[in-house]
Ligand binder design. Structure first.
Ligand SMILES: Nc1ncnc2c1ncn2[C@@H]1O[C@H](COP(=O)(O)OP(=O)(O)OP(=O)(O)O)[C@@H](O)[C@H]1O
Length: 361
């Protein structure tokens, strides 16, 4: 049986061009290499799973390949990865410093990637300072961390800092589409968007959610199946809820919320989603902002149609009411009542004034 390799590993980018959503960083690195201006100590910081280790490995390979004819030579033996989470003592750093002194046998550079560098003990940080300040010419250090604020200023000031961004929903969904195509998996665009949304900016998470969903849904990823599998309330759900709000249908809303809770959805999640839904409707109101909506054409049309049934003053108030409920949710003693009250306020808001406003506008 063929061994299954998880997509996050199988599709780890091999060149800077393949890295998604970090163009500012990859082009700065390429320029620095080409103009011979690469610092010897670099700090890659940013959220989990956005390409820090990947870029460190590509950089390590690229600087060693410069001047060599064989593009397949990967110089992996010149790249040393240390996980500071499990090697965080002074002794670990001392043995690393001893190794650093010895020049590489082939290739120009020895590259040290120190992952989760914020986990080093303060004694280890201090032992490292001098080497970081005056490294041998053949050594490059790439420190990676998700928690820049935990790194002492004396280390920060010795590094060139690269802030990696969260991956946008559109970029993550496009990358998933490439992965799906290469595996011959059929998909609806919105299905991949739901996965990208759930991954919350981390590409590694997007790929592992994708693997999980494929093993559940098979080779046909529809929006509905993915939403069901990931237990997310997708936009069509909010469109239905908003229809009830616009009709002033309070009993319908209370029953719908009861249904949401009984299906195990989180009330807080629902309310934040509702506030975002009203925001998205507002964005749809003008041609200048409609592209801020990260959604496929079918979805855009549904949003547009619904936005035409609302007025700007209504949407502003609706956002305020839903957002207010979102803010109060955690500290409330009676969260269910809080959300029900929010839905009732929304319904009366539209019932009282909305029809009149639209007919006047
Ligand atoms: N920007 C990206 N473009 C394409 N794939 C990515 C990107 N970022 C992450 N990935 C995918 O996620 C996997 C893990 O990424 P990587 O190890 O580079 O993340 P990281 O930022 O170092 O995360 P951590 O801080 O958790 O170590 C990669 O193998 C790759 O498949």
């Amino acid at each position: 049986m063929e061994q299954f390799i998880v997509s996050a590993r199988k599709y780890r980018p091999q060149t800077f061009k393949d890295v998604v959503g970090q163009q500012a960083i990859t082009s700065t690195l390429v320029n620095a290499i080409e103009s011979n201006h690469l610092a010897q100590a670099l700090l890659f910081t940013g959220p989990r799973g956005v390409g820090k280790t990947t870029c460190a490995r590509i950089l390590a390979r690229k600087i060693n390949q410069e001047g060599y004819d064989d593009p397949n030579e990967d110089f992996a033996f010149n790249v040393f990865e240390l996980d500071a989470a499990s090697n965080n003592s002074v002794d670990d750093i001392r043995s690393l410093i001893d190794q650093v002194r010895i020049p590489p046998q082939t290739g120009k550079y020895k590259v040290y990637i120190i992952d989760e560098v914020h986990m080093l003990s303060s004694a280890a940080f201090n032992a490292f300072l001098k080497t970081l300040e005056e490294p041998p010419r053949h050594a490059i250090f790439i420190l990676a961390t998700t928690e820049k604020h935990k790194i002492i200023p004396t280390i920060l000031s010795r590094c060139q800092i690269f802030d990696f961004k969260r991956i946008t929903i559109a970029d993550a969904a496009n990358h998933l589409a490439d992965v799906a195509r290469s595996q011959g998996i059929n998909f609806e665009d919105d299905a991949l968007r739901i996965i990208a949304q759930k991954a919350d900016g981390a590409m590694r998470d997007a790929l592992s959610i994708f693997d999980r969903v494929v093993s559940y849904c098979g080779r046909n990823l529809t929006r509905q199946a993915v939403a069901e599998n990931l237990n997310v309330l997708d936009f069509e759900y909010y469109i239905r809820i908003t229809d009830m709000v616009l009709q002033g249908n309070i009993p319908g809303l209370l029953l719908a919320y009861n249904d949401i809770l009984s299906k195990g959805f989180d009330g807080h999640h629902f309310v934040s989603g509702l506030a975002s839904h009203f925001r998205d409707l507002m964005v749809c109101k003008t041609p200048e902002t409609i592209n801020l909506l990260e959604i496929g054409d079918h979805g855009k049309q549904l949003f547009y149609n619904q936005s035409q049934q609302t007025s700007m003053p209504f949407l502003l108030q609706a956002i305020e009411i839903a957002n207010d409920c979102d803010l109060k949710y955690k500290s409330s003693q009676n969260q269910r009542l809080l959300v029900e009250l929010c839905l009732m306020q929304l319904a009366s808001l539209s019932f009282e004034g909305e029809k009149k406003k639209i007919s006047n506008s």
